[in-house]
Design a binder for this molecule. Structure first.
Ligand SMILES: NC(=O)c1ccc[n+]([C@@H]2O[C@H](COP(=O)([O-])OP(=O)(O)OC[C@H]3O[C@@H](n4cnc5c(N)ncnc54)[C@H](O)[C@@H]3O)[C@@H](O)[C@H]2O)c1
Length: 426
């Protein structure tokens, strides 16, 4: 009988259920990792420090909003057959030879090394065979975390959940391990769920790939934002025509590029560059991205009295992440001057809405109380609200600021309707 290499034995034991992989962090990234390996019949110990989340997961409910519909997987199926085992006990991961790390690397909208540092310390106490880091890292952290000294493989995640073409399986995935031997093992492990692996020459290259692909996007999106504020012309129409050039993409005006990926890309490279003074475009993009919303908020405060209703607090539709969003800037600026602010977002509980320092808004009924309505994001719920309801509730002279054009088709019924980058008269 042929003798198996260590790597082959590890894969065999995973496939035959003798061992399991551990995933640290049961958010968007970690849960998707768990889904893909579970689909291959590999047991997953899904560890998270958030006991509340783990308890919900144990019941089979996936409380990461819309993740199941985007990914096409159902957590309950894997919980019921025992392939995914959620836990908030670190010790449950001790026996796992392979650990995936998908913990946050951002805090308050800025890069933050603390969670990953702690996670690596925890895992190193367990004598792991391989640690696969899926979290996005600033390139300078490779040295700060001494990653080359550990059995580590960096394999950043680039998949985009709402796009079925961009999955962990189909998207090319750069990776780099600390030794050649580990590279072979990492390739086997990652190759179980990913069709296109690309070995990078260093860990820094892997980190920079992810950071720069986001940073370039960030700068372009902020340029579009600048154009929208610099012209009275319908910039959205111009951008649609620009996109008819076969080499150009379609860009859309947006008051603020939010979330913990795109803007963080610029921040990760600013934090890591050997000569950060050469990165003025990226630095300006970070500053400008915040200023646009602040300037609009200032205008509202100066020119438009009364109650403000804010619809949506997330950075993307039908997803529950409010990091660096325009809503949070509006709320902060309006709260500073004591303006009455009603806030609605169906993905947040009344208690969560109160934590923003706002009055929870009943939608759509409470639109009748608003003198200014700021529609920040294209949640389907807002798009679906019928015109007759809106007309019955929104007062005649209400200032409507529609960031993404969700109510564009109703524009002629509201005399003070504004869409960022399209029709702007405030
Ligand atoms: N969401 C995306 O689209 C995306 C895409 C590519 C990369 N990333 C990166 O992946 C990483 C994770 O992002 P996410 O979207 O999954 O975040 P998330 O906030 O959805 O989930 C992170 C989870 O980690 C848990 N956690 C925090 N500290 C922990 C610890 N010490 N041990 C175990 N669990 C811990 C949190 O409770 C949370 O449930 C980040 O670095 C992010 O930048 C995210």
């Amino acid at each position: 009988m042929l003798s198996l290499s260590n790597e082959e034995k590890i894969i065999r034991d995973l496939r035959e259920g003798r061992t399991a992989i551990a995933v640290h962090g049961a958010g968007f990234i970690g849960t998707v990792t768990a889904f893909f390996y579970a689909q291959e019949g590999i047991r997953v110990i899904l560890y998270d420090i958030d006991k509340r989340k783990v308890d919900i997961y144990k019941s089979g409910e996936c409380n990461v909003i819309n993740l199941e519909s985007w990914s096409g997987f159902h957590l309950k199926e894997f919980i019921d057959n025992g392939t995914i085992v959620p836990t908030d006990e670190l010790k449950d991961t001790y026996q796992c030879p392979i650990h995936f790390v998908a913990v946050p690397t951002e805090k308050g909208g800025d890069p933050y090394i603390g969670y990953i540092k702690k996670t690596l310390e925890d895992i190193m106490n367990m004598d792991p065979t391989l640690i696969v880091i899926e979290s996005t890292l600033a390139p300078s952290w490779v040295n700060q975390l001494k990653l080359r000294q550990f059995p580590v493989c960096l394999a950043v995640r680039r998949d985009w959940f709402s796009n079925p073409q961009c999955t962990i399986k189909s998207l090319p995935r750069p990776f780099c391990a600390s030794t050649d031997k580990l590279t072979y093992l990492a390739q086997k492990i990652l190759g179980l769920v990913c069709d296109k692996l690309m070995r990078a020459s260093s860990m820094e290259v892997v980190c920079l790939t992810k950071a720069i692909e986001n940073a370039l996007w960030h700068v372009q999106l902020v340029s579009v934002q600048e154009l929208a504020t610099a012209f009275d012309c319908n910039i959205d129409e111009v951008l649609a025509l620009v996109a008819t050039h076969p080499e150009r993409k379609r860009w859309y005006p947006n008051m603020k590029i939010g979330g913990y990926c795109v803007e963080l890309g610029s921040k990760y490279i600013l934090e890591s560059a050997n000569r950060p003074e050469n990165l003025s475009l990226f630095r300006d993009a970070v500053i400008k991205n915040n200023q646009t919303t602040k300037t609009i908020a200032k205008k509202i405060i100066e020119k438009y009295p009364g109650t403000v209703g804010i619809l949506g607090v997330t950075y993307k539709n039908d997803l529950k992440v409010h990091t660096l969003t325009c809503s949070t800037v509006f709320i902060e600026e309006l709260n500073k001057v004591g303006r009455k602010v009603l806030l609605h977002d169906s993905f947040y509980s009344t208690e969560e809405i109160k934590k923003f320092g706002c009055i929870p808004m009943e939608y759509p009924q409470d639109l009748s109380q608003c003198d200014i309505i700021i529609l920040t994001i294209d949640h389907k719920e807002y798009y679906r609200t019928p015109l007759h309801l809106l007309k019955g509730l929104i007062k005649d002279d209400v200032l409507i600021i529609d960031n993404l054009g969700v109510w564009k088709r109703h524009e002629k019924y509201f005399k003070n309707y504004n869409q960022f980058g399209v029709k702007w008269n405030i």
